[in-house]
Design a protein around this ligand. Structure first.
Ligand SMILES: Cc1cc2nc3c(=O)[nH]c(=O)nc-3n(C[C@H](O)[C@H](O)[C@H](O)COP(=O)(O)OP(=O)(O)OC[C@H]3O[C@@H](n4cnc5c(N)ncnc54)[C@H](O)[C@@H]3O)c2cc1C
Length: 475
């Protein structure tokens, strides 16, 4: 995702990936509403084909109706992470990213003017130099370790298993069906594969160098459910834990972290990959503007300011969910209370927005407009020459967009000194808009889809906002 975002802005990118080829394994399944919107804003949603969406979700195993998130695209539940990775890789290659598989990063040297990395590739070791290095190398990030990032938090307290199986018929089980010894989940995957997750309380984390033997998983399953699945054919077996950590800074000098390299947590509510994709979309345009020399002072620092805060809430909500679905009978009263609370629409909306990435509000300068700092929802619009256009289409180029909703020539002329960096779309609402947009005449939207300025209602005028996010206008 970060490679594609940088390429959209014309920045040369090399991706070093230690795996010679994709494994086809899928930890994650599906996208949150916000990721659906992000892919829509880049025009890549059709690449995923017919996506099955659902408004059924949960928080810590307590069912929550995500249909209360009005105006949002619904979450996708069935897109394997391997498909998402393949599609993003193909998109990044099309845009011209130089993706080198079978290249493992070994060492990092940031000398202030650039970063030199030592890489082991098919032809042996080599050194490469770049202006910036972004570590997107997962929870055990070599970049994070080599560049000396602090990664405080709590170690795993238990070990859990995931297995994709053939040749076994199991009734689907939802998260939240607690058993005396722990929790299990069963869900169908494509091609006759069944995914199981086994969380047995009191299983201490192990230092493993490879996947656990399937027999260990089958034994834990038997202890929890009484059912023998040892005859099943394991397609993929994996162990995971509940370690919860976040780096204290998302950038040290010329080294930046995004995704699991910056934050790890219990996989609860299907958020890790989604939050990682959004780290990349937050960072991409800021880093690109820094590389091309148009970034205003401090723009790159907003990546840490904005995404560290989001990551902190991600850790908080996954810990809360873990307590709900991994604990024993002692938390049942709490589950019952929460189960009553989610009947209130406001509570459901709060929890659904929290795990969908829709609650995010970045600091953009204040004012009374209710959507300042929030993501732009999909809006039906019509241009003065009668063409129907959705607001998300205006973001396909990955640039900032000024939505001139009231055909205001004065506003457009004020934006003219920035039109090398932003696009201006004059279009009127073409259908009902969310009530928060009642009376809105103009919106300035950042390349990552967040509203940086609105009229009326933002403190400061349009040129101030443009300068803050895109640098000084042309003379
Ligand atoms: C059981 C489980 C279920 C999950 N379910 C979901 C879900 O439903 N939804 C969701 O959003 N998230 C889910 N997640 C979390 C999600 O899988 C991760 O958050 C996501 O993969 C993070 O993406 P990333 O690109 O940051 O890191 P990774 O996906 O870990 O990718 C890192 C890449 O870096 C490469 N690499 C590592 N070291 C080096 C090196 N030294 N040199 C070169 N390359 C290197 C690796 O080979 C890998 O390809 C789940 C996680 C688990 C464990």
């Amino acid at each position: 995702m970060i490679a594609a975002e940088l390429r959209i802005a014309g920045v040369p990118v090399t991706v070093l990936e230690k795996l010679p080829e994709r494994t086809g394994e899928s930890r994650g399944l599906g996208f949150t509403s916000r990721t659906m919107e992000v892919f829509d804003q880049r025009g890549i949603l059709p690449r995923f084909g017919d996506i099955e969406t659902s408004d059924q979700g949960h928080f810590g195993g307590i069912p929550v109706n995500f249909g209360v998130l009005e105006g949002a695209l619904q979450a996708a539940k069935t897109v394997p992470q391997s498909t998402t990775e393949a599609i993003l890789e193909g998109w990044a290659r099309e845009l011209g990213a130089d993706i080198r598989r079978g290249h493992e990063l070994l060492a990092v040297d940031d000398d202030g003017d650039g970063v030199t990395v030592t890489v082991r590739g098919p032809e042996g070791e080599e050194r490469l130099r770049a202006e910036w290095l972004v570590g997107c190398d997962g929870g055990r990030s070599a970049v994070r370790k080599a560049a000396g990032f602090d990664f405080p938090g709590t170690a795993a307290t238990m070990e859990m298993f995931l297995a994709d199986l053939r040749g076994v018929e199991l009734e689907p089980r939802m998260i939240g069906e607690n058993l005396p010894g722990g929790m299990v989940m069963v869900g169908p995957l494509p091609d006759g594969v069944t995914r199981i997750i086994v969380c047995e309380r009191g299983t201490p984390p192990q230092r493993r160098t490879g996947p656990p033997p399937f027999q260990e998983v089958a034994d834990a399953w038997k202890r929890l459910t009484g059912v023998d699945i040892s005859h099943a054919e394991p397609v993929w077996v994996s162990a995971f834990g509940d370690a919860t950590r976040q780096v204290t800074e998302y950038r040290r000098g010329r080294v930046i972290l995004a995704g699991d390299s910056a934050h790890i947590h219990l996989p609860a509510g299907g958020q890790g990959m989604n939050a990682s994709i959004q780290d990349a979309v937050n960072l991409g345009w800021k880093l690109a503007a820094t590389v091309t020399g148009t970034a205003p002072e401090g723009l790159l620092d907003t990546y840490h300011a904005e995404r560290h805060a989001v990551g902190k809430r991600l850790l908080m909500n996954t810990q809360a969910q873990g307590l709900l679905f991994l604990s024993g009978a002692e938390v049942q009263p709490l589950r019952d209370v929460l189960g009553e609370l989610v009947q209130y629409e406001d509570v459901s909306r709060h929890l659904a927005a929290m795990v969908s990435g829709l609650e995010i509000t970045y600091e953009v300068g204040g004012g009374s407009h209710p959507l300042l700092g929030k993501r732009l929802p999909g809006l039906p619009l019509r241009t003065p020459d009668g063409k129907a256009v959705r607001s998300s289409e205006a973001l396909h180029r990955g640039r900032g967009v000024l939505f001139d909703l009231a055909d205001n020539p004065r506003l457009r002329s004020r934006a003219a000194p920035w039109t090398d960096r932003i696009d201006v779309l004059t279009a009127a609402p073409d259908g009902p808009l969310p009530s928060e947009l009642d009376g809105t005449a103009a919106l300035l939207v950042r390349p990552d889809g967040y509203i940086a300025w609105a009229a009326p209602g933002a403190h400061g005028d349009l040129p101030m906002a443009l300068e803050r996010w895109f640098g000084p206008g042309r003379a």
